[in-house]
Design a protein around this ligand. Sequence first.
Ligand code: NAD
Length: 389
Amino acid sequence: MNRTLPQRGPAKEIPPLLSTTLNMPGCDARGWVVVDRVVDGLAMGGTRMTTAVTEPELAGLARAMTQKLALVGLPIGGAKAGIRPGPADAGDRPRLMRAFGRAAAPLLHGGVYLGCDQGTTYADRQLAFEAAGYDITRRTGTTRLTVGWSELWNHMADITGFGVAVAVLGALRAAGTRAPQRIVIQGFGTVGRAVAHHLAARGHRVVAVADVRGTVEDPRGLPVTELIALTDGDGTIDRTRLPATVRMHGSERAWLHLGADVLVLAASAGAVDEDAVPAARAGTVVEGGNMSCTGPARRLLRESGHVVLPDVVVNVGGAAATGCVLAGLAPSDLPLPRLSAWLRAWISDRITRNCELVQELAASGSTDPVAQLLASSGALRPSVTAAGP
Ligand SMILES: NC(=O)c1ccc[n+]([C@@H]2O[C@H](COP(=O)([O-])OP(=O)(O)OC[C@H]3O[C@@H](n4cnc5c(N)ncnc54)[C@H](O)[C@@H]3O)[C@@H](O)[C@H]2O)c1
């Protein structure tokens, strides 16, 4: 494995290529698009809709997208859109999404793909694309699909969690671990549920999961399929119908203190900070969500002997699948099951390889393995191939 990757020197901050305000007539909302980099005429990222989203937050997320895409070797820059709805927008979400689509249309048509992120659904994305007159499947250079974009994504909704599970399985393999492991998952949304499904399917025991209301636990293993059926679209578990064997913990961060071999973080940023590190019991900590650990917590965890699998390496499944199609890397005209299998194999290969590199670098004393990988990928260089006229 390559142990001679460069250490990142004092990073010179490179500003985003473009940061723009969107005007959405008839709506109260504020909106922005930040394009961190354009590579080969393309940039991509999700659209975050929260009442607190800010332009600087989007700039950080767009940069993280650039890093994720570079780490898997996709020639696409990172971007992010944000919508902060106003009080008058609450009653008419379709109007808001259409207004967003119309405002973002020049960017979409110019090569900046804006998909889903926190607070936006596939249905929202579809409304925005229709209002923009944008159909990714008709874009020159994009993989030709045998199904519509929505149908592909209904089939691939688990892909980010699938990639996180692949990272966990790779880390266990690298450690020579064959026995079923005890898994705790913080966050039971799109990502957390898919991780639970894929790890349970490989024989591991999901002993606890947490949502915004607390932690549910069964040391003998939770019934994952049943639990998923009891969970709503926001990732909240219906406690009234849980099997009697399940214990409930209401205290914040109860998930951190439970006996586990692997802790998957799949909720919000900063779930594990420096104060939390001494209580972490799992030997392997996996950042399924974005920035699940603070930087200092990541370092402290490594120093105290935990394996840490970082966000930009493990939670890239959704971005990578979109990117493979957008850049025309995935083969054209495959029936859906074969396209899905191709994308899963490609994503597994990249995530497994990057996790191995991160672990090799950490084992050889690197304090920031991701920075070293990024430096070797060129993602920190300001080189940009601008979109055509
Ligand atoms: N969905 C994707 O494809 C994707 C891709 C890349 C990164 N991410 C990141 O992964 C994370 C999870 O994404 P998601 O799509 O699953 O979100 P989601 O909104 O579907 O689910 C979030 C889950 O976290 C739980 N939660 C919220 N606060 C919590 C707390 N304090 N303690 C415990 N649980 C809490 C919620 O109850 C819910 O179960 C986010 O950071 C997101 O940005 C998601």
